[in-house]
Design a protein around this ligand. Sequence first.
Ligand code: DCP
Ligand code: CA
Length: 606
Amino acid sequence: MNSPWKGKAKATNQDYDDLRPTITYRHLLSNNLGVRDPLRVVALCDSDAFYAACERVRLELDPSVPIVVQQWESLIAVSYPAREFGISRMDKIKDAKKKCPILLAVHVATYKEGEKKPGYWKDVDTRTHKVSLDLYRRESNKIITMFKEALPTGEVEKASIDEAFIDFTRPVREKLLERYPYLAQVPADAPNGMDSPLPPPPAINWDDLGTVLLPEGTDSAGEQSNVEVDGGATWHEVALSIAAELMRKIREDVHSKLGYTTSAGIARNKFLAKLCASYKKPNSQTILRNDAIPNYLHPIPFQKIRFLGGKLGDALAKEYDVSTVGDLLTVSLDEIQSKFGENALWVYEFLRGIDRTEVKEKSALFRSMLASKNLPKPITQPSDGHQWIRVLAAELALRLNDARESMPTLWPKTIVLHARKGYETSRSKQATFPFVRNVTVDVIATAADKLWKELTGDAKIVNITSVQLAFTGLEKAEMGQKSIEGFFTARDIQPQTSLKRSREEDEPLVSLENTNLALPKSSDVEAVSFKCTRCHKTIALREGQATGDPNEVAQRLAMLRSEHGDFHFAQELANSNDGSVPVPRGSSPKRKKVEPKGIAKFFIKK
Ligand code: DCP
Ligand code: CA
């Protein structure tokens, strides 16, 4: 075999010396090997032409219809049948229609003032409407739910609206032991007990499992299966093939139940799974065997790799005057670290197909919910803010209520309003948001209107070019004493009567003490503790503080939560040596900006 490193003196196959790891009984039978597990298998599954597919399914169209999704005059998703006409996301709608006269263009749903729900209106206009991605979020959740249900012992991490990483390591291990039960027992004559290598693996039938990338840099699509290179399969390849079977079945189910085709990459880690997921699209899967990694990675222009595009990629290209991954293998770890800092180890490792990041479900509770609108026509009269606030409030109401279907006590503890004035940096105001069972557009808009008033002050004329309304600090409220069911039979609050608009001026921001926009009037319903999503501890009010007026209890709890959050923030700041601390919520003056050092400075937004 020709060396893939021709002309690159320093790089050797030692860079990839773990490609054919010896798998022992200990490896197989240990339960907790994590990211260093030599039988690790990860997939990235991405939906094909996702938004276009969602609209096709919604409209119950035949999959062969060339359909695109437009946002104002631009295209945001192009179905594969439409791509056959040469249409791409770069086209304007006018040009796309020229390329394909039978093109079906669906404008993404929008929120319109006065409407509680997004819709497909005739008169969409960026000056009066706001894009809604709710349909796509919902469909995305359905797909993710199917992944999770199919793999109770797998780990699913949503990576974007239409992609998820799936850790197949455990489900594959279960299947391995089920199919090859002799692996469960270390043979009595095994030379090193648990540390003895497993017996040679069975032959693998790759038929119908997808495109298998081979060491020669070709693929096996359409070729004979069972292509054996370098002396037979390894147990890792058996693991890959089982993951491929499981992935194929899940993809087929998603297709038959929900109507979406997907494409997946299957490899030993997230980085490689992502890299090969789009090798063949649509409706396909690609398997990257370990021994094919060097040949697959080597010719890739490194700037096409996520994280190595942008400023860091530019700096690497400039520094070494090279363009492919293979070219960069000549750069030593010491050198990369001396130029880009200690943290640049991952750059060195990625180039060698190593990625030790975990597939970890991100708790929905970590997230905030943000609705935002860039205003083509700036708001000049402070009183004109209200219409946009209602539009943004409608989106937040819908999203919170959607999320509450699976998490009924989800509580956004804080509401934040950001506004950008001309070219100034954005300014924001935030307030505690009380627990309200029935979070309607009115409830949110009323809270946001107050923030708007704070933000615009006495100004007669403003120049606001973008408005964002967010819920942050989403947590599950934990109920004291009585059950959640009891809580939910409590009387709904009536925002129309409880938030008297005539009293607005006198009332502070959504203050828990001074408005009725708070807990239902029932003393057994107050939340007395919360579970911190970072340290997973339950933080509770001290005994004397947990009783009394529910509004005051809620206020104390909100304070406690905020203090606890600040504690974590400070801790992360102290522990972080590259300045990459999480983005602070809201605009607290206490939080200092940290100058990024080392590799972090390549990731600052301009
Ligand atoms: N999206 C968008 N604007 C972009 C890129 C994407 O609004 N610049 C939206 C529309 C896409 C969805 O995100 O449907 C997913 O993005 P992908 O890059 O995965 O693209 P598609 O799913 O549309 O196509 P593919 O089949 O190539 O994955
Ligand atoms: Ca996609």
